[in-house]
Design a protein around this ligand. Sequence first.
Ligand code: BG6
Length: 488
Amino acid sequence: DRLFPEKWLLLLMKYLPSPKKTFPALFNLFRQGFLPSDQVQIFGYARSALTDGGLRDRLRGYLKPAKTDPSKDPSSVVKAFLDLITYISGPYNTEEGYLKLEEAVARHEELTSGKKGETRRLFYLALPPSVYPVVSGMIKKCCMNQRGWTRVVIEKPFGKDIASSDKLSNQLGQLFSEEEIYRIDHYLGKEVVQNLLVMRFANRFFLPLWNRDNIDNVQIVFKEDFGTEGRGGYFDEYGIIRDIIQNHLSQVLCLVAMEKPVSLNPEDIRDEKVKVLKAIEPIKDDEVVLGQYDGYLDDPTVPKDSNTPTFATIVLRIHNERWDGVPFIMKAGKALDSRKAEIRVQFKDVPGDIYRCQKQGRNEFVMRLQPSEAMYMKLTVKQPGLEMSATQSELDLSYRQRYQDIVIPEAYERLLLDTIRGDQQHFVRRDELRAAWEIFTPLLHRIDRGEFKSVKYPEGSRGPPEADRLTEQVGYVRTHGYIWIPPS
Ligand code: BG6
């Protein structure tokens, strides 16, 4: 059943300048019948003085009706969605706005559910983390008159290191239970990331190969071909490790490396992820390369002497029976030569290789998260023709070709649906968050103290050459689609 049997209510606190991801995601859910008009109301709350119409006007441009919408007039779908949205303005740190909000919500609840029906509220805090404690405190105090569940969704950054993250967790933990808190990491909502466990644990192929005996190295890569683009102020305070590696890439690493959970229960899955994070060894100085792209300091919101890395390659090593000795190379950077995110698992050379071509053409299993989701295996095959020569080819599952009729949902769409359904599998648990901070905090503190320098790299390049050298030094062998012709 795609609809929700009981009445519930969605309450959204939105940091208005960035409605790019959440509102389109809600709109897509609405279009597909997941947010029935008679059961859902969306309240925007922020400081800006806006009317309902003002907010709707701001959002309209971000909402794209699909060609497949059943309605003859697609703009009526947009209108129906926008009609669900009410706006209340108020400050974050005093009660007045929240009381107004409570009144508006309660009025709506009474209209739709009567005085006794169940009512549910989902608070989505897309806000600077510094105001999470005060905003969630105000919500707890003023906006909790529902008769049904409460869920609070928060977005990263969840702190800047272990201490600040613990502080935030404690503050939120005093107000809401862990079952009520949904920490979003939108990488967990990406299609290929969601496929990782299915792929690993439902295929006989992978089960015996997925270990240190067969895998030489793993790369988890995030590249963007644009810089900080107006977010310099935010970014400079955090840097690429806090922005991408500590959360998005570490979450992906967990799914690549974890043991099979005893069941698909969210807690069982998250238990295994925590174990992987806890088994990661301290990062070694000579297994880190930091970079900063050339034009970064030209951003007026960035201090002229900033050492904040916009690029990092960091080798992580998992000290357990499955992965001992296998480097996990985490690489993330802004203003690089392309935009892509992928996981690249490189296998060891074939022992006693009679074709002697494996050094140039190792087996690889690549999962491309974006753009154009795909999974492919690089293998060595005979070059078709009269000659007996070997070449590299791919067994390729490109989603766009294979699943032509399926629209791949956006990460936020899926994760928002999970919050409504109450499924915490793809959200970060408190102990997971702490274990991820534990890995990176010592390095981050040294960078903050200026003890670890970022090297410059040109915009639009592959990043600092030192990073490629490190990647190869720890075992990665670049492949070139090599063709080998045996000696006659
Ligand atoms: C965000 C980061 O979490 O993820 C941004 O703060 C980054 O710096 C973005 O650009 C990347 O997300 P995606 O889905 O476009 O890869």
